[in-house]
Structure formats: structure tokens, C-alpha cells
Design a protein around this ligand. Structure first.
Ligand SMILES: Cc1cc2nc3c(=O)[nH]c(=O)nc-3n(C[C@H](O)[C@H](O)[C@H](O)COP(=O)(O)OP(=O)(O)OC[C@H]3O[C@@H](n4cnc5c(N)ncnc54)[C@H](O)[C@@H]3O)c2cc1C
Length: 478
């Protein structure tokens, strides 16, 4: 956008502001210069944190315009590329995000990567405030010898594979063996176990990518071990995910009775969600000896109190642990589990997208205080007009609801800082210039969306995701 077009845009914003929300008296009492200049805010990353922050800002600041720049040609981050395909109800948040995107004061620029396509400095020069919400796209490693072998992959990559993240189709996980060992017991680990053990007909009606459906249909996996360092009372999965596993057709869940020694006695001391989860595990354990094996063909095997120690060919060695004040402490005893495929699911971490970001590489997140990015770690001074929200700021914890609350809180901080003149919002800021660039606009995304849903309909699926970026760009009309 050149300067004249930009001025025109500012005037249009001013008219919108005038028409929509400001009372005439407020308008008259301020100079045109002050009111006509919209507060330009750039959000980096079109995941839940980005969209929820945009929603809040657009609602609370009637004189702001929000641009979202997103690395991929398509929006929604982990809602599209993380949430399990057989949890379509979770993806309903996309309707809220779409409503936000349709606000005339929001522009979406897909196919724009912070750090390569645009720098943080450029964005800070072009906007009054920049909010970083580019998520956590790396995984934590076990730091074991042999971890780089082909049969050891991260759950993050496996999830990206079945969810059609561009580039992930090349993963081709080897599903020709009988045993998969998943290290970690969070909900992502359970999602992965469910995808491996679900009857293929259950998955055919989801938006699982075709290549993944084909591989899963030919899978020889029969047993999935879900291994955690701590005990049942510390299990990281939640009750809904466990219930789904217990109900999977033709799949038997088998617990180890010795993992539950003394657990009964703790029940009354537990908070309600933990108590209900523990009761369900105990109930399932109690029923397992009398359960008819019937048409069971696969097993789900949660195993507690085991810490990863070594990867030895098609086996994984674990140290047997003991709990000391809720922490797992390794003993000298070990156990080996069969592992034709090892999936590491011990958490995500963020990367530093731009050299200008004050990034804590050890924790894998942007240094911040309540969403205000710190200029440097020593003085704790904040960088004016620079904010972070979502997993990039908090670390990879919680669900979409948690991310929403966090994003609203940071957006509120931005509003408060603007009201307190904590950074300049009066100078003219041009915003991102999309001209002559391979940008996917919101209309472009809608073309991709239409194409995907139509292709899905033909196969009885909610959508058939396009996994190639050039193909996405072609359909978007870039
Ligand atoms: C496998 C998995 C399953 C999950 N399932 C559920 C569930 O069922 N229910 C639930 O409530 N929660 C679930 N969650 C949690 C939920 O996905 C997160 O709470 C939420 O997505 C975090 O939002 P975010 O915006 O911080 O990050 P993200 O969703 O990761 O969004 C970040 C966005 O930034 C973009 N980006 C990355 N780098 C750049 C860059 N350099 N420049 C520009 N853009 C960039 C990314 O492409 C992405 O679109 C799941 C998480 C995972 C990992």
C-alpha cells in the first residue's frame, strides 16, 4: 500500500470508527489528526492465540485495525494441524475465528513467515504494536543415544503427518511392526495411540489425510504402550481421552495392577477431576480379569513409573522409578519394552523466529512478563509495543480454552498500555504492504476452504486437506 492509498485507508478507518462506535461529542473534542489515525496492530501467527487476541482488540478498540501475518497459506494453527481428526467438535472454534476474520478492520496475510519473509524490525516500524503468537513448532527430545534412528519419531511429526501439515507427508512412519511405544502420557500421546488403534472405518469419515488413511489401513500395529515416568495419580491424560480409549472397538486396555499399589487409599484426598480419572482407571483395572477377550485384536497398554533410559534396536529400555514427593526418581532396576516404532511425546517448544526477539532457548519461549516482551533479561525492561501470547509466551501448556484466556489477558494489557500512552500510537504507520507479493488473503483462504470441503464431500469426509503449498497458492489465486 503506498502512502496515498494508506491515507485513504486511514480515512476509511476514521469513517468506520465514526459510524460504528464513537459518539459525536468524543469525535468533536479530539483533533482529527488523533482520531483519524487507526491504531495499527500486527499479530504474528493465525492460531487460537492470534485469533482470540484479534477478537478482543477489535471489540475493545474501535479505532484499531488488526493485520494477522501467518507463515502458512492457511489459518488456524494447531486447530487444523494438531487437534485429532476424530475430534471435529473441537474444531468448531474455527467458526468464531472466521467471524473475527470477516471484520472489515482485520486483514489476513497468509504465506508470510516472520524471520524470513518479514523481520520483526520491519513490523515494528510499520505497526504501533506487534503481538507474537507463532506457537511452539519444535519438540523436546529424550536426549538418548540412537534417538535419531528412523524408527524414533516425535509425536509432533506423527500428528502433523496424519493432519496434513505441508511437508509432513514425507514422514512415512513405519507401521509394519507389532509394537509401538509412546513415551509420554499427555493427551497428545493418547490422541496418537487412538489414531493407531482406531478401526479404520472410524477414521475414514474424518479429515485424516488420504495418505495417512492408506498407511493406517495397512498398519500391522497391534499393541501401543503408553509409558510415563510417574504413577497413575500423576497421569497427564484427562478423563475424556481415557474414556474414548476404553470404548474403542476391538481394543483392550490392560493396566498393570502393581502400578496401582496404594492408589485406592489416596482417593479421598484427591481433587474432583483427578479423583474421577483415578476412579475410572481403577474401575477398568478391576474389570480387566473378567473381561471377555471376544473380538479383541489390539491392546492399549498404559505403563507407569518408567523413565526412558536407552534405545536398543527394536526395544526401549526404561529405568523403573519411585515417587519421591511427586517426582519420579530412577532406581537401578530396568525393564525393556518391545518398540518397533518409538513415538516421543514429551512436549513441544518454540523456536526463535527472528534475531530481534528476546528468546529463552532453554525454556523454549519468548521472555516476557504478563505478555509484555522483555527487552533484555537483566533489567526486566519491556520492549514498548511488543507483546507475546499463546504457547509462544506460556510454553506448550493447556487447551484452547487456556490459550483463549491467556490471549484475552494479553490483549487487555495492550489496551491498557495504549490508554496509558505506554508506547506511541499517534504517528502514521503504513502497515504491511502486500502489493506484488505471493500473499494469501482471507478470500484466498476461502477458495482453499471451498475446494477442500467439496473434495471431502465426494469421499464422505468433512474436508480433504491440500498438503502442498504450491497447490494451496494456485487454488488461492496467488
Ligand atoms: C497434537 C495437539 C492436539 C491438541 N488437541 C487439542 C484438543 O483436542 N482440544 C484443545 O482444547 N486443545 C488441543 N490442543 C492445544 C491447542 O492446540 C493449543 O492450546 C493452541 O493451538 C495454542 O495456540 P497458539 O495460537 O499459541 O499456537 P498455534 O496453534 O501453534 O498457532 C501458531 C500459528 O503461528 C504460525 N507460525 C509459526 N511460525 C510462524 C512464523 N515464523 N511467522 C508467522 N507465523 C508463524 C503457525 O503456522 C500457526 O498457524 C492440542 C495441541 C496439540 C499439539
Amino acid at each position: 500500500m503506498n502512502y496515498t492509498r494508506n491515507l485513504r485507508y486511514c480515512r476509511r478507518q476514521f469513517i468506520n470508527v465514526y459510524n460504528n462506535s464513537f459518539s459525536t461529542s468524543v469525535i468533536k473534542s479530539q483533533s482529527v489528526q488523533q482520531v483519524a489515525q487507526p491504531k495499527r496492530i500486527c499479530i504474528v501467527g493465525a492460531g487460537p492465540a492470534g485469533f482470540y487476541a484479534a477478537q478482543y482488540l477489535l471489540k475493545q478498540l474501535s479505532d484499531c485495525s488488526v493485520d494477522i501475518v501467518e507463515k502458512l497459506p492457511v489459518p488456524f494453527g494447531l486447530v487444523r494441524f494438531g487437534v485429532a481428526p476424530d475430534h471435529p467438535e473441537v474444531k468448531n472454534v474455527i467458526n468464531t475465528f472466521t467471524k473475527t476474520a470477516e471484520n472489515p478492520r482485520l486483514r489476513f496475510f497468509g504465506n508470510v513467515t516472520l524471520g524470513t519473509y518479514v523481520t520483526l524490525q520491519e513490523l515494528r516500524e510499520r505497526y504501533h504494536a506487534v503481538l507474537l503468537t507463532y506457537g511452539a513448532d519444535q519438540d523436546r527430545e529424550l536426549e538418548l543415544h540412537n534417538e535419531q534412528q528412523a524408527h524414533v519419531i516425535s509425536a509432533r511429526k506423527f500428528v502433523a503427518w496424519y493432519n496434513g501439515l505441508p511437508g509432513a507427508e514425507q514422514l512415512q512412519p513405519d507401521l509394519s511392526g507389532r509394537d509401538v511405544t509412546i513415551v509420554g502420557q499427555g493427551n497428545v500421546a493418547v490422541d496418537v495411540a487412538r489414531m493407531l488403534l482406531s478401526p479404520i472405518d472410524n477414521l475414514k469419515v474424518t479429515d485424516t489425510t488420504e495418505y495417512a488413511l492408506e498407511a493406517l489401513a495397512n498398519s500391522k500395529v497391534e499393541r501401543v504402550h503408553l509409558v510415563g515416568r510417574r504413577g497413575p495419580l500423576q497421569a497427564a491424560f484427562t478423563i475424556k481421552e481415557l474414556r474414548e480409549m476404553l470404548k474403542l472397538p476391538q481394543v483392550e486396555t490392560r493396566w498393570r495392577a502393581e502400578d496401582f499399589t496404594g492408589v485406592d487409599a489416596q482417593l479421598d484426598k484427591l481433587q474432583r477431576p483427578r479423583k474421577r480419572l483415578t476412579e475410572l482407571m481403577l474401575k477398568s483395572l478391576g474389570e480387566q480379569s473378567s473381561r471377555q477377550s471376544g473380538d479383541v485384536s489390539k491392546q492399549f497398554l498404559p505403563i507407569f513409573l518408567r523413565a526412558p533410559k536407552a534405545i536398543v534396536e527394536r526395544e526401549m529400555e526404561f529405568a523403573i522409578t519411585e515417587l519421591q514427593e511427586n517426582s519420579a526418581v530412577a532406581t537401578s532396576a530396568t525393564e525393556k519394552l518391545p518398540a518397533d516404532l518409538i513415538l516421543r511425546s514429551i512436549g513441544y517448544k518454540s523456536s526463535c523466529a527472528d534475531a530481534g526477539i528476546n528468546f529463552d532457548a532453554r525454556r523454549g519461549q519468548v521472555c516476557n512478563e504478563q505478555g509484555r516482551v522483555l527487552q533484555d533479561k537483566e533489567t526486566k525492561q519491556t520492549a514498548p509495543g511488543l507483546y507475546v501470547a499463546g504457547w509462544l509466551g506460556t510454553g506448550p501448556t493447556g487447551v484452547i480454552l487456556t490459550t483463549m484466556n491467556g490471549a484475552f489477558a494479553v490483549a487487555k494489557t495492550i489496551c491498557n498500555d495504549i490508554a496509558a500512552n505506554a508506547f506511541d500510537t499517534t504517528s502514521l504507520k503504513p502497515g504491511f504492504d502486500p502489493s506484488n507479493k505471493p500473499i494469501v488473503t482471507w478470500e484466498g483462504w476461502q477458495r482453499i476452504d471451498k475446494h477442500e470441503t467439496e473434495a471431502g464431500k465426494a469421499k464422505g469426509k468433512p474436508r480433504e486437506k491440500i498438503v502442498s503449498i504450491p497447490e494451496m497458492l494456485r487454488i488461492a489465486g496467488v
